[in-house]
Write a protein that binds this ligand. Structure first.
Ligand code: PMP
Length: 313
């Protein structure tokens, strides 16, 4: 098999349609649309090793599975499993794999038999559900930061391809922005909506800080309803930092004192410039650093108050 087609084995088992299936036999035929993922809905979830170095906890599991159910509803998929059953499936899979390290978890609902864009045949049909995992290395607590471009690509809108649905087909929009940014020598991008207002990054929500106030676009701005964004809001209120959800202008990015992305994959990731104009002094700001530390403690279960976000494996 060519390297482009070989899927890297990242664990011994996957959870597939109710069974804990060995990785090697959980295969699909290349002719299926599912193999390229166009009409799927999916989630990205993380499990972190606890601060005791022993327990493994999934962060925001119920919220992610709720969003998966929302994506399924909006794409008129029927689901054979309840949200509780899918949460349990994630736990069962991590247990079966004996996972004892920081891990990324990817549930995907897809139609494996679909070989053409035969939309009516999948109306209210039950998709297959696959859950697979891989280890990842956190960047929390590091100085990793991104130079961003304001993308020339416009973010999708709710009445075209709703960004609220976490479906891989939406990610062509994000991908074009990310590729453009890399081509132009930036690390990543922020996309504006058709109204010229800030939406989000290719794989994360965005916050800026101006005059001590944390600003983020509302969930109606063409963004994914992010689990991490909700967690950040709670951490900001704990820090007594004023937080406002409102439309953000492009020029406010250039005037921000601090800026950061937040998301399951990207965690808390400082943005140190937009279009080469430095954010603040061009380094990770103090509030971003504080949030990075608090989020790190939250995902690792270091503080009792965050435990409601964690599901112990
Ligand atoms: N926006 C986009 C486009 C994303 O891909 C992600 C990552 N899932 C997010 C925002 C952040 O969402 P969450 O915090 O739920 O991971």
């Amino acid at each position: 098999m060519s390297p482009a087609r070989a899927a890297k084995k990242t664990a011994e088992f996957v959870w597939l349609n109710g069974e804990l299936e060995p990785w090697d036999s959980a295969t699909l035929h290349v002719s299926t649309v599912a193999a390229t993922g166009h009409f799927n809905v999916f989630e990205g979830i993380k499990a972190y090793l606890g601060s005791d170095g022993d327990t493994l906890n999934v962060f925001g599991l119920a919220a992610h599975i709720r969003r998966l159910a929302a994506s399924m509803k909006l794409t008129r998929m029927a689901c054979r499993w309840t949200e509780d059953e899918l949460c349990q499936a994630v736990v069962d899979l991590l247990r079966k794999n004996g996972t004892r390290e920081d891990s990324y978890i990817r549930p995907v609902a897809f139609f494996s038999g679909l070989q053409h864009a035969d939309f009516p045949s999948e109306l209210n049909a039950e998709p297959e559900v696959l859950i697979w995992t891989r280890p990842f290395k956190t960047t929390l607590g590091t100085d990793r930061a991104l130079a961003c471009q304001v993308s020339s690509w416009t973010r999708l809108t709710d009445n075209q391809m709703p960004p609220r649905i976490k479906t891989m087909s939406n990610y062509q929009n994000n991908r074009l922005a990310a590729l453009e940014a890399r081509t132009n020598g930036y690390d990543s991008a922020v996309l504006l909506g058709p109204d010229g207002k800030v939406t989000e990054g290719p794989g994360a929500c965005v916050f800026i800080v101006r005059d001590g106030v944390a600003l983020t676009p509302p969930v109606t701005a063409g963004i994914l309803e992010s689990v991490t964004r909700a967690a950040v809001m709670r951490l900001l209120s704990e820090l007594d930092v004023r937080m406002v959800e409102r439309p953000i202008d492009r020029t406010e990015l250039y005037l921000a004192d601090e800026a950061f992305f937040c998301g399951t994959g990207w965690e808390i990731l400082p943005i140190t410039s937009f279009d080469r104009l430095p954010v603040g002094n061009g380094e990770m700001g103090p509030l971003t650093r504080n949030l990075d530390r608090l989020y790190h403690d939250a995902v690792r279960g270091a503080r009792a108050r965050d435990r409601e976000w964690l599901t112990r494996v």
